[in-house]
Design a protein around this ligand. Structure first.
Ligand SMILES: [Zn+2]
Length: 209
């Protein structure tokens, strides 16, 4: 077995993992560090909780959600998570009555609808309204494993060509005149999903000439 201090020496030239530890540290920092080490060293009765990110997600999810809402200056979620309202500015949507199974399958890979009610690979999605009650931002939390290597259903693609869904998402956003952001610090199942955010280009460009 290799001495762990040697391991560290070997890695001196490796890419840095981020900020250095604060010097001097303070009590709360040391307590958190110790708690994290203790957690990583223990075996929970339920093995699902072996993943420390699951524990952090349970503790931090709500905080992270509220921080997102503040950062994007949002008021509340719309009743239905329909992205068509973001594209057209419509006051409401009747998604459920309008779309049959085939349309929804096509929608999954970002095939054109007119205009679409959902982005490709939609999962855990929310349409957020601003203070005036207008659609502002559409967010969805996707598991990379469900997006990166996808084999569509026969209905969506008769050849069932494997595809990279991130490409579908960016192409789709451009087709419908939306900006797209990928936030790694998702607040849904933090540490496991990516928060994909769509918004109209003018939203953050109001001060540009
Ligand atoms: Zn709709």
């Amino acid at each position: 077995m290799t001495d762990s201090s040697d391991d560290h020496d070997d890695r001196a030239d490796w890419p840095t993992p981020g900020p250095n530890e604060p010097v001097p540290a303070w009590d709360e920092y040391d307590q958190l560090k110790e708690a994290i080490h203790d957690y990583l060293d223990h075996e929970p009765d339920n093995p699902q909780w072996n993943d420390i990110w699951r524990a952090l997600a349970a503790m931090m999810g709500e905080y992270q959600r509220d921080a997102f809402v503040d950062a994007f200056d949002l008021a509340e979620p719309a009743e239905t998570p329909c992205v068509r309202r973001l594209i057209t500015g419509e006051g409401s949507c009747t998604c459920q009555q309008k779309r049959d199974w085939k349309q929804r399958e096509l929608e999954t890979i970002g095939a054109r609808d007119d205009p679409p009610h959902a982005p490709p690979y939609r999962d855990h999605s929310t349409l957020w309204l601003d203070e005036s009650g207008d659609p502002a931002v559409y967010g969805m939390h996707v598991y990379p494993g469900n997006v990166e290597m996808v084999t569509p259903s026969k209905t969506a693609d008769p050849d069932q060509q494997q595809r990279n869904g991130w490409m579908d998402i960016t192409r789709w956003a451009r087709e419908w005149g939306l900006e797209v952001g990928f936030l790694p610090l998702s607040w849904y199942n933090l540490g496991s999903t990516v928060h994909v955010v769509f918004y109209p280009p003018e939203r953050f460009r109001s001060n540009l000439e």
